[in-house]
Design a protein around this ligand. Structure first.
Ligand code: UDP
Ligand code: MG
Length: 327
């Protein structure tokens, strides 16, 4: 495959690795990434983003950077979440192609040569890795994910593909486009889909986590899902308006019907249980609608504050001075 890269000496490939409390897999992850990148023979950098780890992962990364001139480490000032960590990585990546990969080796680094080859041969700006299987994930998580993507795609004006995660290659112009997007809430999968550009997909088998624990609990995923929906569609607001309209009209028709019946001489219907059922149902719908509205208002509130998406504690690169403070 090397002939494909023969005219690419100056091209730098950045591999962006977000890491939060990944001390258990860090060494093996680095060994494998290094092995793969050395084998390709292109100028590269391994850009680790330490997302405020508390297990010594950050210090271990700094030590790596002092030993290996290909390693750069960005340490965030606290845990900002994976989306922010990726944003930081994309902001600081210098490569012509930027590869996003998880630290836990669920995305096999050995596929990177294929991604680069596909990038060269197809000319696509995005090489998205689509999961063939999701081994190591529970049935519950898989069905929730499936349902979520169905809903999201019904709502969104552009398709957001299921089963392609953050594992992907982005060309420089895609990275620049994403970096230019001003919004604070970064639902990455949605942003990738939104920027578009020619995309080529490669199927792969996602492996179970090499070690350590997944950082996403049920509520974490639920939050991410809500963020995905509310960042990319206002359709739920329209649905709720529609729902309100339908209930109001049926209420009016029902009331009218009772009045007509009473005028015709039927005894006024007694209906304590049905009134209670009606009231709790409508009350529930109202609270739900207000809550939904609140989601959007909250999103607006967070965006208007214009806070940075992450703060950098220090950047370590073995070529430059050991720790330069930024931002
Ligand atoms: N991650 C991060 N910040 C967080 C949570 C996760 O940078 O707050 C990183 C984590 O270190 C890993 C990647 O995001 O490299 C994927 O996380 P995880 O494996 O926990 O997610 P899953 O694969 O279970 O979806
Ligand atoms: Mg994982």
């Amino acid at each position: 495959m090397n002939f494909l890269f023969s005219n690419m000496e100056r091209v730098v490939v950045s591999v962006v690795v977000p890491a939060y409390n990944e001390i258990a897999v860090l060494d093996i992850c680095h060994q494998r990434l290094r092995g793969v990148m050395e084998g390709i023979g292109l100028a590269y950098e391994l850009l680790y983003v330490d997302d405020g780890s508390s297990d010594g992962c950050g210090e271990a990364l700094v030590a790596l950077a002092s030993q290996d001139s290909h390693v750069r480490v960005i340490r965030l000032s606290r845990n900002f979440g994976k989306e922010a960590a990726i944003t930081a990585g994309l902001d600081h990546a210098r490569g012509e192609a930027v590869i996003l990969i998880d630290a836990d080796l669920q995305d096999p680094p050995e596929l990177i040569p294929d991604m680069l080859a596909a990038w060269r041969s197809t000319g696509a700006d995005v090489i998205a890795m689509r999961r063939r299987h999701r081994s190591g994930e529970s049935w519950f998580k898989r069905s929730c994910a499936h349902l979520f993507y169905r809903i999201l795609n019904r709502l969104s004006e552009f398709p957001i593909p299921q089963d392609t995660g953050d594992f992907r290659l982005l060309s420089r112009r895609v990275v620049d486009s994403i970096n230019r997007l001003p919004e604070r809430s970064r639902y990455m999968k949605g942003l990738f889909a939104w920027v578009g550009f020619p995309t080529h997909e490669i199927l792969y088998d996602r492996e179970p986590r090499a070690a350590g624990r997944s950082k996403w609990g049920f509520f974490g995923l639920l939050r991410l899902a809500l963020e995905g929906v509310t960042s990319f569609s206002a359709a739920p607001l329209r649905w709720v308006t529609g729902l309100g309209l339908v209930t109001a009209v049926s209420g009016a028709v029902f009331g009218l019907w009772i009045v007509v019946k009473t005028l015709q001489g039927y005894p006024a219907p007694s209906g304590y249980p049905s009134s209670i059922a009606m009231m709790t149902f409508l009350g529930g719908i109202q609270l739900f609608s207000v809550g939904l509205l609140g989601e959007y208002v909250g999103r607006i509130y967070l965006e208007t504050k214009q806070r940075p998406r992450y703060l950098v504690r220090d950047i370590d690169e073995s070529t430059g001075e050991p720790s330069s403070r930024m931002e």
